[in-house]
Design a protein around this ligand. Structure first.
Ligand code: TXA
Ligand code: MG
Length: 325
């Protein structure tokens, strides 16, 4: 766990234009000073991230929002008050002080206060808002442990703060609550059902076609290096579609161990708990990816609560490996 001195050093690296990977409650973020265009540019370089994919700006406190962006619509303020610190990202107007590279030229900015002590102390000590996407190379599995960051980004990062495994394990829910009816731009760790208790019915936008509103919602994303397909998809059960790259196949199960001969098996939650399954999703995929199997077969989880976000990630990972027509 980071000591005070580590946090102070990381904060000074942020202030002087460096990149710091840090834990949040969702996944590890790759942070840079959001007021420094050159620092933000380094994020895109380190991740090999396309410049059209905007970053999320992180704040230490709910009270830091208004001084940065001015007043926000009441519906947005209400969601911030209710769910921050926490795994909810809100869309606001981009303030002048935040350079356009952070928002990929959009007039809007995504912002949240993470619910992680180290993240908030780091941001507070840096004294600036921190732009941070997930700390993985573009399109690949998100990191839920410091070692995932080191393995994936290595020397491209100046400092990696190790805060242990992340609590939620999948990214924040992104909501645009500026209009009449809130629009969910990305399913995430805050279940839609929780959101709707506050806002009433929301619209869920898959956002995967045309110009992506939230490129984390690109059809192909969050993918392991090993081909992945959903159980029940054509060719899975009879094994005809197995790639002969590695040895055998790996299986990602929700609660029960699968029958049959699998080279590697990961069970997300033996008790059938969706929150636990979400927390372990990327970690399990990282392990299956490292197991040297030729293919990963993944079983969808119940489509409710945070399970919807888990299935969303699995479908996008599978889409990456779907045969091109
Ligand atoms: O949980 C999370 O949100 C993690 C942690 C580190 O906070 N961050 C994360 O960042 O998932 P990233 O870059 O992997 O995903 C950010 C998503 C992208 O899909 C991006 O397109 C969307 O947020 N986004 C950013 N700014 C936006 C905007 N102004 N309008 C719509 N979507 C936006
Ligand atoms: Mg990401």
């Amino acid at each position: 766990m980071p000591a005070d001195g580590d946090l102070a050093e990381a904060a000074s690296v942020l202030r002087t234009g460096g990149l710091v990977a840090f834990p949040t409650e969702t996944v590890y973020g790759l942070g840079a000073n959001a007021l420094d265009a050159r620092a933000a540019a380094r994020i895109f370089e380190a991740k090999a991230r396309p410049s059209f994919d905007p970053l999320i700006t992180h704040l230490a406190e709910v009270a830091d929002l208004e001084p940065l962006v001015g007043s926000v619509p009441p519906a947005v303020a209400a969601l911030a008050a209710r769910f921050w610190p926490g795994p909810l990202t809100l869309i606001v107007d981009r303030p002048e002080v935040v350079p356009p590279i952070v928002t990929s030229g959009l007039a809007t900015m995504a912002v949240r206060v993470p619910d992680n002590e180290y993240a908030r102390r780091l941001i507070a000590a840096a004294g600036v808002p921190v732009a941070a996407p997930s700390a993985n190379r573009f399109g690949q599995l998100s990191p839920t442990r410091a070692e995932h960051v080191v393995r994936g980004l290595g020397a491209a990062v100046d400092v990696v703060l190790d805060g242990g495994p992340t609590r939620c394990g999948i990214e924040s829910t992104i909501v645009d609550a500026r209009g009449e009816r809130p629009v969910v731009l990305r399913l995430g760790a805050l279940p839609v059902e929780e959101l709707e208790k506050v806002t009433g019915p929301v619209t869920i936008r898959p956002g995967s076609s045309g110009q992506p509103v939230a490129p984390g919602t690109l059809a192909a994303h969050y993918a392991p290096r090993t081909p992945l397909r959903l159980s029940g998809a054509a060719g899975v059960l009879d094994g005809t579609a197995t790639e002969q790259v590695g040895t055998g196949r790996g299986y990602l199960a929700f609660r029960d161990r699968p029958a049959g001969d699998w080279a590697a098996v990961e069970v997300l939650s033996p008790s059938g708990d969706l929150t636990e399954a979400a927390a372990r999703l990327f970690e399990a995929l990282h392990r299956l990816d490292a197991a040297g199997v030729g293919e990963i077969v993944a079983e969808p989880v119940p489509e409710t609560g945070v399970g919807r976000a888990v299935n969303d990630r699995l479908r996008r990972a599978a889409a990456t490996w779907a045969p091109t027509p």
